[in-house]
Design a protein around this ligand. Sequence first.
Ligand code: MG
Length: 161
Amino acid sequence: MPCPHRIGIGNDIHRLEAGRKLILGGVRIPFGKGPLGHSDGDALAHAISDALLGAAGLGDIGRHFPDTSPKWRNASSLLFLRRVRQLLDRAGFVIVNLDSTLGLERPKVAPYIPRMQKKVARALGLRPEQVSVKAKSGEGLDAVGRGEAVRADAVALIEPR
Ligand code: MG
């Protein structure tokens, strides 16, 4: 019998600019810089959205939330997660679990991870234990390491309801 589970991958990167709010996984983190983006630039929520849409074969975040639409300007990316949940529900899928990694040189985001897990889980109708968030610095290398960007990678496992 074929395995009924489906896996999806997502990633996102945003340039960090002075004066923008830093919001990751729906959690505001005090810092002098934040992601440039049409929405709030929440790279973690975007990567998770793409992983879920990919797992369900429903395209990607650009298709469902075009950055040309004024509707999504400065939007909270938790709205994207709620909408993605509806799309998966309509397609007959439930989420098994998510895993993700944030890449950010500064600030240290580890203290905020439990709140990110809760926020993402609530938006998706999951338990926090189903949402894994990890973080690492860029070791001084590449755009993340130079403190110029925030990156997120995510994988999602879903199954038919
Ligand atoms: Mg993005």
